[in-house]
Design a protein around this ligand. Structure first.
Ligand SMILES: [Zn+2]
Ligand SMILES: [Zn+2]
Length: 422
């Protein structure tokens, strides 16, 4: 019994120590001064009735972005195969001048973007590093879902060409639209389809540090990436003296070393190491070695890349980041890199200024609804409706009385006079 109590006391002491260390870390991060209990009552930071001024999570829609600040949010950090915890590649860059840019829009990432409670009119610019589904598989969801979520602006897409027209971005987007021919036709006259326009800018994948976007003080450049087939590129975004670099997918290469060098935040793929591709992904050893080290960048290769890039913060993504994989991946990175590092998971948030880079997790409202359009929401034009054949029209059971009642009640609620169809 005595032993037990001693153990308990020890456990409590260790817990208290851990709590103290954790609080110390929190206070250091939050840049607060430790206050005594008497002072605490007077501190606006620790009032019993007002909200905390400093929070260690990012709650979308509750924080202004400073005019000189860049906020980067991981909206997809996983693998080419889908899983609930991590969507595939997608990073949102928000700038203090009001501009927002999406880099890659991999499978599942549209859900994450929606969780950020941003009007979809602002989510109208997408830069695609390459045409693997895990890097652009949710473009259709952003295209159509964005319209349903009140985007009234065209969707603008930038992406590379390749060695054949059919390997290029324009072809992919054209055929995505063709795939959704029935979808788009079905919406005509039922919702406002202004936002269904797509503007594609296809650029040369061999362009070295070429400017592909320059507006409002923001320059986005591309340079070649080496991944799976000719065509992939990496990007940098420069604004207000801050530099964001995003690899999409690539084998280590000379262009990244030169043009991502010294970035404030450098986001580079860090694929699962071969041993985990065998044990967790259940791949044969030759494929794990080939894909892990020749198609992609393995963690120790990522470390070498970052030692040469020397960013203010290195961010690794593109692996299933779990309690048992993260320590293994980090140990491998640390054999070749000892600088600042974050291993991204979905909803990791980076606030970047010249003085500081703050890394937190976002806390998302899963019951989120779309925000209104930033311009007056226009109704559909019924004259555009494609309509049904006589075959289907004659199959309708029309509950006219019930429908009339719905129209009457809705008109009364909103002060409108929309006539019920007969
Ligand atoms: Zn890829
Ligand atoms: Zn990928």
């Amino acid at each position: 019994m005595l032993k037990c109590r001693e153990l308990n006391r020890k456990a409590i002491a260790i817990s208290a120590l851990a709590l103290g260390v954790a609080m110390g870390l929190y206070l250091a991060t939050a840049n607060l001064q430790l206050v005594s209990t008497t002072q605490a009552q007077e501190s606006p930071q620790l009032s019993p009735v007002t909200a905390l001024a400093e929070r260690d999570a990012y709650f979308p829609g509750t924080e202004d972005l400073a005019p000189d600040e860049m906020r980067v949010i991981a909206c997809g950090t996983g693998m080419p195969n889908a899983r609930p915890k991590q969507a595939a590649a997608c990073f949102l860059v928000e700038l203090g001048n009001g501009d927002k840019f999406i880099f890659d829009i991999g499978t599942g990432s549209m859900e994450r973007l929606t969780g950020l409670a941003i009007p979809f009119d602002y989510l109208d610019k997408v830069f695609i590093g390459h045409l693997h589904a895990d890097h652009f598989g949710d473009l259709d969801a952003l295209w159509v879902g964005g319209v349903i979520s009140n985007r009234q602006r065209p969707l603008r897409v930038w992406g590379p060409n390749s060695t054949k027209p059919e390997y290029g971005t324009a072809y992919a987007v054209d055929h995505m639209q063709k795939m959704l021919t029935w979808d788009a036709a079905s919406r005509l006259g039922n919702v406002n389809t202004q936002g269904l326009q797509i503007e594609v800018t296809e650029f040369d994948y061999k362009g070295v540090n070429q400017v592909i976007y320059e507006e409002n003080g923001v320059s986005i450049r591309s340079f070649p990436a080496i991944h799976a087939l000719d065509g992939p590129v990496s990007f940098t975004l420069e604004w207000n003296g801050l530099k964001f670099a995003f690899s999409s997918d690539t084998y280590p290469n000379k262009w990244w070393m030169e043009y991502a060098k010294g970035a404030d935040i450098a986001i580079h793929e860090c694929f699962l190491p071969p041993s985990l591709l065998v044990k967790k992904q259940k791949w044969p050893v030759p494929d794990a070695l080939n894909v892990g080290t020749q198609v992609h960048t393995s963690p120790s290769m990522f470390g070498k890349v970052m030692s040469l890039t020397e960013p203010r913060l290195a961010v690794g993504y593109h692996f299933f980041n779990d309690f048992d994989t993260a320590p293994f991946v980090e140990r491998q990175i640390r054999t070749t890199y000892d600088g600042p590092l974050a291993l991204a998971v979905d909803y990791m948030v980076f606030n970047v200024t010249k003085e500081d880079i703050r890394v937190r997790m976002a806390s998302i409202n899963e019951d989120v609804w779309p925000l209104p359009s930033v311009t007056e929401k226009l109704p559909a034009d019924p004259s555009q409706r494609v309509g049904f054949t006589k075959f289907l029209i004659e199959g309708r059971e029309v509950f006219q009385d019930v429908i009339n009642k719905i129209y009457d009640e809705t008109n009364e609620e909103f002060g409108t006079d929309v006539e019920a169809p007969n």
